[in-house]
Design a protein around this ligand. Structure first.
Ligand code: SF4
Ligand code: SF4
Length: 372
């Protein structure tokens, strides 16, 4: 079965926060209209049906909970349209947590939403970047939202933690805090838009080495720290030789709609919503196939070093948006991405080797390993 179309609606340019690393552009009161949302969903649905896919609709912003009624309307609209057309749909939201309430969580849980909560670990790590317009940190509010989420055990939730040059030195304490307050998945989103100096990368590497030790201990205690970046590397080591883990489908399996209705090849590239280099059509005129094919033709990876690299199938060297952020091209890796991937792969392999030698039960429970 083909993977679903990742359809994203950016419901508003507004946000309750002013995170220092925000790549979603200027914040102001400007929401998507119902008509734009409906046309975006109709085109997404038609695209999914045309390519034999389901639809995963995700709400993004700014802060999408600032447009709660519009979000509810979109849910009803797509649910009904998809049922009429026999297309399978699932729903998700990425939120900063400041507007989450018990009632809203109940509503999301009943509809099986995947809630992506942005929280950057401990108070010190989080408040470094995730602040209000007056500079106040937002950790206390988001921690309260995380606590509320724990009261909905059936709710699908993932933690999104952004790591950038300003907060990376607090990564270990940040993950310790999260592990104490949340036992599910934690995804580290490394900031590829920022310039990382060599000294900053070395310090990040030292943090990742310490984090690997923490993960190791957590497996030994039977309460694994679930860092997706490490687990992905473990899983893709188990794929058949030559099979690549991260096939980026930018512009094909991903369709993001800006507040004003422009189509983008990935939600992380929407920004202000008006970069002509990245758009490929509009909800009023449909997908611009020539532009779409141009973007698709620029995917992949042309970096010469990668072609002969022994870990190329386990590396996210073809992630179009990470490459674009780091190098300005969809198909060229940045030195930071390369260094980071090599570090993560090495640490993940070393982790598995140690746990495997110990015949660690948690490792065998979470991963299907050969000759257990
Ligand atoms: S919560 Fe998200 S959209 Fe709002 S400022 Fe922070 S990163 Fe940007
Ligand atoms: S680790 Fe570096 S050289 Fe190897 S495939 Fe990844 S980006 Fe390319």
């Amino acid at each position: 079965m083909r993977k679903p179309l990742q359809l994203t609606l950016c419901l508003t340019h507004d946000c309750t926060l002013r995170c220092r690393y925000c790549y979603a552009g200027r914040k102001y009161a400007h929401a998507m209209s119902r008509e734009t949302a409906e046309r975006g969903m109709d085109i997404g649905l038609a695209e999914a049906a045309r390519t034999g896919r389901g639809v995963d609709l995700s709400f993004f912003g700014g802060e999408p909970l600032m447009e709660w009624e519009l979000l509810q309307h979109c849910y009803d609209y797509l649910k009904q349209r998809a049922a009429e057309q026999g297309v399978r749909v699932r729903f998700g939201i990425t939120t900063n947590g400041t507007l989450l309430t018990r009632d809203r969580l109940e509503w999301l849980a009943e509809r099986d939403f995947l809630v992506g909560l942005s929280i950057d670990g401990s108070p010190a790590m989080h408040n470094q970047n995730r602040c209000h317009a007056d500079g106040r940190g937002s950790h206390a509010e988001v921690a309260a939202a995380l606590e509320l989420i724990q009261q909905f055990p059936s709710l699908r939730c993932k933690i999104i933690c952004v790591v950038n040059p300003a907060n990376h030195h607090l990564l270990v304490e940040g993950m310790q805090w999260l592990h104490t307050h949340h036992h599910g998945n934690i995804g580290l989103n490394f900031d590829f838009w920022s310039k990382w100096s060599d000294a900053q990368f070395d310090s990040l590497k030292a943090q990742l080495e310490q984090l690997q030790q923490l993960i190791l201990e957590s497996y030994r205690c039977g309460q694994p720290m679930r860092i997706a970046n490490f687990e992905d590397k473990i899983r893709n080591a188990l794929l058949p030789p030559g099979k690549s883990c991260a096939q980026c489908r930018i512009g094909e399996q991903e369709l993001a709609v800006s507040v004003d209705g422009n189509f983008f090849p990935c939600s992380r590239l929407v920004g202000e919503g008006d970069n002509p280099e990245l758009t490929f059509g509009h909800v009023n005129t449909g997908i611009d196939r020539a532009r779409q094919h141009l973007i698709i033709s620029q995917r992949g990876n042309t970096t010469p070093e990668c072609k002969v690299c022994s870990v190329r199938h386990r590396c996210m060297n073809s992630c179009g948006c990470s490459n674009y952020a780091g190098s300005g091209y969809f198909n060229r890796v940045s030195p930071f991405l390369c260094n980071l991937e090599q570090t993560l792969i090495l640490l993940a392999d070393n982790l598995v080797e140690q746990l495997y030698q110990e015949q660690n039960e948690t490792l065998f429970r979470l991963f299907t390993l050969p000759s257990q």
